[in-house]
Design a protein around this ligand. Sequence first.
Ligand code: ADP
Ligand code: MG
Length: 623
Amino acid sequence: MNNNVETREFQTEIRQLLDIVINSLYTDRNVFLRELISNAADATEKLRYFKLTEEKSDNLDLPLEISIQTDEQAHTLTISDNGIGMTKEELIENLGTIAHSGSKEFIRKLTEAKKESGTESMDLSLIGQFGVGFYSAFMVADKVTIHTRSFRPDAESWVWTSDGTGTYSLAKGDKNTYGTTIVLSLKSDAHNYCQADEIKRIIKQYSSFVPFPIKVNDEKVNTVEAIWTKNPSQISDEEYTEFYKYIDNSYQEPFYKLHFTSDAPLSIRALLFVPAENFERLGFTRMERGVNLFCKKVLIQEKSEAIVPEWMRFVRGVIDSDDLPLNISRETLQDNALVVKLNKVVTSRFLKFLEEQAKDNPDKYRQFWEKFNHFLKEGAATDYVHKDALVRLLRFESNFTASGELIALDDYVGRMKEDQKAIYYVGGTNREVIESGPYLEIFKDKGIEVLYTYEAIDDYILDNLHEYKGKKIIAAEQDSTDLPDVDLNESQKEEEMAEDDKQALLTWFKETLGTKVTEVRASKRLVDSPAVVLSPHGTHNMQKMIQLMNKEFNSVPAGILEINSRHPVIKGINELRKNADPFAKEAAEQVLQNAQIAAGLIVDPRNMVNRLYNILERAVTNK
Ligand code: ADP
Ligand code: MG
């Protein structure tokens, strides 16, 4: 026994994860092999990059390859690489703790799912996407031993061992070359993984795109190629799909694929994928970017933040440019003029691709929109360089579409009425809310199309856009002279109250409501509702934000109150006013609160309930 063995505990989250990994049944245990190969490939890639960019790397000349040994007698599977290896500190840091909040979230959800489903089988295929792929080794092994030595000069060799039950041990080792060797002592129900044929089969299935030779018992089993540099006509759909699965650690088919090459003015080989699922939408934390930057098939930067804008973080893929200098500093990529240019070209090309997809297969684009719209909206709100193209990709429902049917701004403009002054939109949490509210009335009445916006970001984008194809964009809730006025028919005109009455009522309304409103006026747009509040600018969303930030939200004025002087409620209030009945004030206040509720604004429910009881009492006792 080595008495220099040090035993340490795994971090809580890892213990939870290991508990699941060890005690569950799996739908697909083969995952572990892909995860370990992918780690070996990452470590090898890092070493290759180091050798390319650093001068003092002469002694790092072991072959860049991954070798796997199966031992049917000992029931072990051994995976070795000549990558960067790990120091003792790195072993503790990388395999004993997880810092990433997304991974912690993944484990939390996994733990919950496990609790709910009890002993049922688990699908752990996402494990690699959350940066904890290594631990999948414990699905098949009851003991994992890692012999590793860092590539750094004078680094020592270390042995890490664990059975996955809470602790691991560290001891000095005797590995005399840099790199990592992982030995799995297979569980009795996992002995199939010490059969070479089985291992070869799994590698062909999942790891055919690893950019280094993989040898099983010294026989090379994969063909190493950079698929993105080939001519698209030479690549089958299956190859594309396998490649996607490899780079995204995914088991699903990609949703969209874009492969394009160009030689002038810039050399670009780009292969981009939209994944099948949007994990941000499913409640996981923010995605990292997923496009890797290459130069002449050599990885320059993984998950590069420089090569695509932030809103494109859902896109997975590879961008390769011969024009990049190989020794470009990863730290300053963001400021490199060539990288900035590449980013612009690739982003534009991707947006053009989406536009073509939307045209050629609108149904599929709709599915895409449902899953990924918030990225495009984020882009439309933040990316000034590509704003126009992003805005063209936005989709909306409207009072002219069926529920779930979507149109673009171009569709809207293409069927605008000849005398229509602007593009209109109206906000609300959903279709029913919008259609039962007062803002749509005038548009229904006039047969004018109005876009529905269900999220604050929609309003933000449209409000900031101001116009599209030379047409102003106006919120139906906005105080604007560009809104249509209602045309009254004869009988409606007869309903109108006398002009001097109307003026007196407006003055009284404003005096009664005081600072709760900025102005009270007679509406030219209401048909059936008694009143509506208008926002000085855009939709009511800004107002809502101010309300949410302000404890005394009652003190924030509601905006402009427009009243419908033909409406029986308003006319009734006018009569009460003339009779100096104090009930007039209560009714007026309730009209304002109803209008605020219809606008989606926050109202104080306490005094409203009392007021409503007063109103009810009057109604039921008929006083
Ligand atoms: P991820 O690969 O997503 O970071 P893993 O759980 O698969 O998550 O691996 C955790 C970390 O352990 C890796 O980021 C790496 O730093 C280290 N590691 C794992 N395998 C190796 C290896 N073969 N060589 C060097 N480092 C490794
Ligand atoms: Mg990994």
